[in-house]
Design a protein around this ligand. Structure first.
Ligand code: GAF
Length: 381
């Protein structure tokens, strides 16, 4: 927990509104493996991390609700009876979306004040958006005793993203942020929403995230394009999701679709298989094997699903050349953001120094490096 951030949020709330009623921490997430499989009803293997959003909330007697983002140095004044999406791409739509989706189920809320700040770099693939949605939905649920269970809360968060932000995201990010467990990764079947927490033995390894600091301007529309390709494939195959499709079935439409679309479908099928194999390897405590699946996953994402970029490919290739790294791949929606690296503790420092230098030399800009721990999910603090 970032105590400086907690103090910052508390102080800002007290300065603006008096004492807060509740304080929430909602984490970002990593994903070991299983990328772009969630909206295909497939398997994912994420974990919550020790970076996230701190949010203070309190009831208000005024005629509007005020939400302050400390990081953006910005505020939002809302009349809760009349909520509309804002046209511009802004953090405010996450807030408006969550409140609107709650109100669809529980009617207009009483007014409240809210102050939040985070230590997840925005657009880095660590899901600052799900952390924000979950912080707010969890906070309102507690503040107003709305009696949603956690599964309902994450569906509200996801709907906010679909209907107010305009991203057709799956459920992985909201699930991991809400249900995360310290030192564990969550194997999740996105079709049944059954999950199993698997201990990740980090005695010898560290999880190092390397942020390419690339933010693709069209990342959201490119994400939706991938979603659309998968929808097109299942329509042709007369299935409800790619989870229901076998390799043989996919081959039956090979001549009816473009080669890039075929490869994208094939990637999803293969990535689902990799998640299952990776879980076995993790349960056998065979970290080298886990790492090998990460490298394979990156190759699929880059060459088949086409969601990588030069900077991410460079970071993974450099990692592969370093003996201390047993696995690396790009992570999250893609087109920029972070790579995840499994690195031996002994060689980690040297690896970090070396890759920072080579990245700078190659792209004339800095990457950012974070060491993360697997953490518990959204909670009161
Ligand atoms: C983003 C989405 F929000 C997730 O639902 C998931 O699809 C991920 O990209 C890719 O695996 O983080």
């Amino acid at each position: 927990m970032n105590n400086d951030l907690v103090s910052l949020v508390k102080n800002r709330f007290r300065k603006s509104f008096g004492n807060e009623d509740i304080l929430v921490f909602s984490p970002g997430r990593i994903n070991l493996i299983g990328e772009h499989t969630d909206y295909n009803n497939g398997y994912v293997f994420p974990a919550a991390i020790d970076k996230g959003i701190i949010m203070a909330l309190g009831k208000s007697n005024t005629n509007r609700s005020t939400i302050i983002s400390v990081d953006m140095n910005d505020r939002l004044e809302l009349f809760l009876k009349d909520l509309k999406r804002i046209e511009a791409n802004t953090w405010k739509n996450y807030i408006i979306g969550v409140i609107a989706e709650i109100q669809k189920k529980r009617g207009t809320l009483l007014n409240f004040n809210c102050v939040f700040a985070g230590d997840i770099p925005v657009g880095s693939g660590l899901s600052s958006s799900a952390a924000l949605e979950n912080a707010l939905v969890f906070g309102c649920n507690t503040l107003f005793n709305l009696k949603f269970d956690k599964m309902e809360l994450i569906h509200i968060s996801q709907k906010a993203e679909h209907n107010f932000v305009g991203v057709n995201c799956g459920i992985m990010d909201q699930f991991a942020s809400m249900f995360g467990e310290a030192d564990k990764a969550l194997f999740l079947d996105c079709k049944t929403l059954q999950s199993e927490s698997v201990a990740v033995n980090m005695d010898e390894f560290e999880i190092i995230l390397i942020n390419s600091n690339v933010k693709h301007a069209l990342a959201e529309s490119a994400y939706n394009d991938r979603y659309a390709v998968c929808q097109k494939l299942i329509k042709l195959l007369n299935k409800t999701s790619l989870r229901e499709v076998s390799y043989e079935e996919l081959d039956t439409i090979k001549t009816k679709i473009s080669e890039p679309d075929y490869r994208k479908g094939l990637y999803v099928l293969q990535e689902n298989d990799r998640v299952l194999q990776c879980r076995e390897a993790l349960e056998d405590n065979n970290m080298k094997k886990v790492g090998a699946f990460l490298f394979q996953s990156h190759k699929g994402q880059s060459e088949m699903y086409e969601i990588s970029c030069d900077e991410l490919d460079f970071l993974v290739n450099e990692a592969k050349l370093n003996d201390a790294v047993i696995g690396a791949r790009m992570m999250g929606g893609g087109f920029g953001g972070c790579t995840i690296n499994l690195v031996t503790k002994n060689g980690s420092e040297y690896f970090q120094k070396k890759i920072a230098v080579s990245y700078k030399k190659q792209f004339k800009k800095d990457c950012s490096i974070y060491k993360v721990k697997l953490s518990d999910g959204t909670r009161l603090i």
